[in-house]
Write a protein that binds this ligand. Structure first.
Ligand SMILES: [Zn+2]
Length: 440
């Protein structure tokens, strides 16, 4: 079986490649790629004229909610949403119920992700750093690594004791696992619900100071520098945190970081009339933070763009602002939002956009993904994007089981239209049938 993706703009950051050309898939693998490859004996041809052909996108930060909150998301619905959003590999977070802190739960997730009804994308689990994510006793990371975790994190329950965090980093160096860290000093955030500043004062909502994030980013960067533990800082939101990471990189600490679209699109002003869809952790900040974030994206201090896909049941998001949960669903809007707000505005080139959405997260977490080089990944992972497609994001038409999105109703330009993981796992209805030729 030979499938040809024909005449697209090939964007492969793993080879610094941006050329018009073709990609041949043979028996689930990428057999050849480039401007001039043999194209005889082909079974199917997908005409990709005007479209981007990229390595399958990789999201390092996704909440699938199973086990425990299957009403909000399941491994099946979450992977279907991922495929529709253009992702072929996602990392799932351990803050499930019970938490992902033992090898049998890792087995359960990998089995469910490989089931025929799932979306066909690879799920790389992130294990809990401490037992029960209680920040006390380091989990059996070696056993979980053998079962298949690619990183460790206590996610929304960040380790507060510097001593325990240092011990966790030393253990991760021994077992060779990166730590993904949500950075928050809980004694400073202390139950706050939005950015501490003028808006929180006007609205009378308890604020989360920027120092709650920055102190923990600084501490974790220093511990990473001194232990040599690979640290990936999850969705930074303040200019101060970005500055800490810039310094840590300068000092040679093995530190990387990500941002999520909500933090470069919205500010604290969007909380407006207590709209819970804009309640984020870390909270939405200010235009100054966005300006520095855009610079840091451009110069590479920010390595990755992740969705932090966080599904929540609607009865929870309809609660009063202070009681509502933090977060938003993002797998199916991230490509459109990123292209609209970064690429089409000249903040990132198309190649750098794909680097942050695919190649870089794959490299950081050492995943078999993020490249179109023949033979580099066990099976072909490819995403085709229509960069000029204009559409309105409608969260009610997504595969996710949850509807909490601040991007609902937003006009976007750019969308993933075709996803391959070995074979086709998703085709958007806007990728019309006349673009596909079944050669008989
Ligand atoms: Zn998260």
């Amino acid at each position: 079986m030979r499938t040809l993706l024909k005449n697209g703009r090939i964007l492969d950051p793993s080879q610094d490649l941006d050329v018009i050309g073709h990609v041949m898939i043979e028996d689930d693998q990428i057999a050849a790629m480039g401007p001039d490859i043999p194209s005889d004996d082909v079974d199917d041809i997908y005409d990709c004229t005007g479209l981007w052909i990229c390595p399958g996108l990789v999201d390092p930060h996704v909440h699938l909610r199973e086990p425990g909150r299957e009403d909000e998301e399941t491994i099946v619905s979450g992977t279907q949403a991922a495929a529709a959003g253009g992702f072929t590999t996602i990392c799932c977070m351990p803050n499930t119920s019970p938490p992902l802190d033992n090898p049998s739960l890792v087995d359960f997730i990998l089995d469910r992700a490989a089931s025929p009804e799932a979306g066909g994308v690879f799920v790389a689990p992130v294990g809990a750093l401490t037992v029960g994510m209680r920040g006390e006793q380091i989990a059996d990371l070696a056993a979980m690594k053998r079962a298949g975790i690619v990183a460790a994190s206590d996610e929304e329950f960040p380790i507060q004791s510097s001593f325990i965090m240092q011990k966790a980093m030393e253990t991760c160096v021994q077992v060779d696992l990166p730590i993904m860290a949500h950075c928050e000093d809980l004694s400073l955030s202390n139950g706050g619900a939005m950015n501490e500043g003028a808006m929180s004062a006007v609205l009378g909502v308890k604020g989360i100071p920027r120092s709650a994030e920055e102190i923990m980013v600084m501490r974790n960067c220093l511990l990473s520098l001194h232990t040599g533990c690979q640290l990936h800082v999850m969705r930074v939101s303040t200019w101060g945190a970005i500055e800490m990471i810039r310094q840590a990189k300068y000092l040679g600490a093995p530190v990387t970081c990500e941002v999520s679209p909500q933090h470069f699109v919205f500010t604290e002003e969007h909380v407006g009339e207590f709209d819970t869809h804009f309640k984020m952790l870390p909270p939405l900040r200010t235009q100054v933070d966005i300006d520095i974030m855009l610079q840091a994206l451009q110069e590479g201090t920010i390595d990755v763009i992740s969705s932090d896909h966080s599904p929540h049941a609607s009865h929870k998001t309809q609660a009063p602002f202070e009681d509502a949960p933090f977060g938003q669903v993002g797998l199916e809007s991230i490509v459109g939002v990123t292209l609209t707000h970064l690429t089409h505005r000249g903040i990132l080139t198309p190649l750098e956009t794909i680097r942050k959405l695919s190649t870089k997260p794959a490299q950081i977490l050492r995943l078999d993904a993020g490249t179109l080089k023949p033979g580099e990944t066990p099976i072909a992972q490819i995403t085709v994007i229509d960069p000029g497609f204009e559409w309105t994001f409608d969260v009610n038409k997504t595969f996710s089981r949850s509807r909490n999105s601040p991007f609902h109703g937003m006009m976007l330009k750019g969308r993933s239209v075709l996803t391959f993981s070995g074979s086709e796992i998703y085709r958007d209805r806007h990728f019309s049938d006349d673009r596909i030729t079944m050669v008989t």
